[in-house]
Structure formats: structure tokens, C-alpha cells
Design a binder for this molecule. Structure first.
Ligand SMILES: CCCCCCCCCCCCCC(=O)SCCNC(=O)CCNC(=O)[C@H](O)C(C)(C)COP(=O)(O)OP(=O)(O)OC[C@H]1O[C@@H](n2cnc3c(N)ncnc32)[C@H](O)[C@@H]1OP(=O)(O)O
Ligand SMILES: [Mg+2]
Length: 243
């Protein structure tokens, strides 16, 4: 291996090692797995490119019934054959972008979210090779692109909107617009996908973003779990009030 190549490899490894340590502190394991909601998982695929962490995202096919054309992570609903949330994320990533499970180093599961259909959506974080060439399944995915993870704490084009779920939980909706030089395209990342990307960036960088967030940044883990539990509780408050 040439000297420059070896130095590049060492730099990549040290960036990954720092991120791994931070992520392991935030691993929720199976803490939320027994909640009685239908389940889905997404894979948050991290890679090191040009000395920086990047996140791989997809654009959903216009042919899909749900959320066509929206940016999301590879992922989908749990199936009976899946042993856990990690299995679901890896199976879906293989189906949607041709990522082989053996080429993913799974690091952790982060605090889940809840989507419009009241699925419990678990984000699974994993490292993939920077050389990965996605093979989008055209029925489900129209584009695959990567964004520097730092963009989610220091965006150039960002707005926030007040957001209230149908169960009455109030939060803010983050909307990032990313101009991708590689594809000469502009992508809008918002909603649940933006929520997960932002949380991942907060965990890994541990610094204050350039905009307001609904977390206590000095107690990131407990405040993210509290936010989730409040959202989850709102579903039941609503059920009770409908009785
Ligand atoms: C924690 C506290 C705060 C949290 C909230 C803060 C605010 C956040 C704001 C929250 C705002 C919330 C609102 C927003 O975020 S809206 C904002 C923007 N959108 C998003 O963020 C996307 C969020 N959604 C997702 O990530 C996914 O929908 C999830 C992961 C939830 C489900 O996964 P997914 O939907 O990907 O499921 P799937 O992959 O199993 O299946 C998809 C479909 O594909 C069909 N299919 C399968 N194979 C093929 C094939 N070969 N050829 C053709 N079709 C094929 C299959 O039958 C299925 O069809 P159907 O059954 O759907 O019709
Ligand atoms: Mg999917």
C-alpha cells in the first residue's frame, strides 16, 4: 500500500472510531422493541468520503402509494422473517439499493420515531464502504445520493415549521434543502427522515446546531427518549379521549 493510501485509511479509521464510541453510548438496543405498534426500520448508512462522514439517502419512486418522491433512508416495514429491527433495515436496504448485509458494519439502534401511519420506526446506524455503488430498485427508489453529515447541524438552506401530529403532539419540523453537486440536483429532506439525520449528527458531533432544536443538548439521550415517550403517550391520550 502506498504511503498516501495508508494515511487515508488511517484517517478513515480514526473518524469511524470516534463516531462508533459516540454511537455506542446512544444505543437503545431492544429497549423499545416490545411497544405494541406495527414496526418499520430504516438504515442510516454512514461512510467516510474525503475525510468526512457522509450519509446515504434515497428518493422514493413516484410509483409508490405512500410518500412518492420524498427523501427517505433505505427501509421499510417489518416482515415475519425478520428477527429484529436490524434484520428489517438490512433486508430492506438490500432490496431497495442492492446493499449486501455483509458489507454493513451495524453499530447501534437509536431512539425510534413514529410515522404518519403510526409505525414505530427504528433507525439502525451502520458503516458502509465509501466505494459502495448503489443499484436502485426502480419500483421503490428513483435516486440515491450522499450528504455530508455535518450539513444537518450547519445547513446552507434550512427552514423550520411548527408541526402537530394528529394525536396532538407538538414539535418542530426541520426542512433541509441540499444542493448536490454530484447529481446537479437539489434534494428536500424533511419530516421523519430529517429528524433522524439531525439526531445522528447531534450524537456524533456533540455540538450546537445553527438552528433551534427540541433537545436539551447537555442531556441528549434522556431528552430524546423523553420526546419520544411524550409522542408515544399522545397516541394513547387520544385513544382514551375517543372512547
Ligand atoms: C421522537 C419524538 C419526535 C418525532 C417526530 C418529530 C417530527 C418529525 C415529523 C414526522 C412527520 C411524519 C411524516 C413524515 O415524515 S413526511 C416527511 C418526509 N418523508 C419521510 O420522512 C419518509 C418517512 N417514511 C419512511 O421512512 C418510510 O415510509 C417507512 C420507513 C416509515 C416505511 O417504509 P416504506 O414505506 O418504505 O415501506 P416498505 O419499504 O416496506 O414498502 C413500501 C411500499 O413498496 C411496495 N413494494 C415493495 N417492493 C416493491 C417493488 N419491488 N416494486 C414496487 N413496490 C414495491 C410495498 O408493497 C409497499 O407498498 P405500500 O404497502 O406502502 O403501498
Ligand atoms: Mg421502503
Amino acid at each position: 500500500m502506498a504511503v498516501a493510501e495508508r494515511e487515508g485509511e488511517q484517517e478513515r479509521n480514526s473518524i469511524k472510531e470516534r463516531a462508533r464510541l459516540r454511537l455506542r453510548e446512544c444505543d437503545v438496543g431492544d429497549k423499545f422493541s416490545s411497544l405494541p405498534l406495527p414496526k418499520a426500520s430504516v438504515l442510516l448508512p454512514l461512510m467516510v468520503r474525503a475525510g468526512k462522514l457522509h450519509l446515504l439517502l434515497t428518493v422514493r419512486s413516484m410509483q409508490l402509494r405512500r410518500s412518492p418522491g420524498e427523501v427517505c433512508f433505505p427501509g421499510g416495514k417489518s416482515e415475519a422473517i425478520d428477527k429484529d429491527e436490524i434484520d428489517t433495515a438490512l433486508r430492506e436496504a438490500k432490496e431497495e439499493v442492492g446493499l449486501q448485509p455483509e458489507n454493513v458494519e451495524v453499530v447501534c439502534r437509536l431512539v425510534p420515531g413514529i410515522d404518519k401511519m403510526n409505525h414505530l420506526v427504528t433507525p439502525v446506524v451502520g458503516f458502509i464502504e465509501d466505494t459502495f455503488q448503489a443499484i436502485p430498485n426502480p419500483g421503490e427508489v428513483s435516486h440515491v445520493f450522499v450528504v455530508p453529515l455535518e450539513y444537518f447541524v450547519k445547513p446552507l438552506n434550512y427552514k423550520t415549521l411548527p408541526y402537530k401530529t394528529s394525536s396532538g403532539y407538538s414539535s418542530r419540523m426541520h426542512c433541509f434543502t441540499y444542493d448536490d453537486d454530484e447529481h446537479k440536483m437539489s434534494f428536500k429532506i424533511w419530516g421523519l427522515t430529517a429528524h433522524f439525520a439531525l439526531f445522528l449528527a447531534l450524537v456524533i458531533f456533540g455540538k450546537r446546531p445553527t438552528f433551534e432544536v427540541d433537545y436539551d443538548l447537555d442531556n441528549l439521550i434522556s431528552s430524546s427518549e423523553n420526546n419520544f415517550m411524550n409522542l408515544y403517550a399522545s397516541l394513547y391520550e387520544r385513544k382514551k379521549s375517543n372512547l
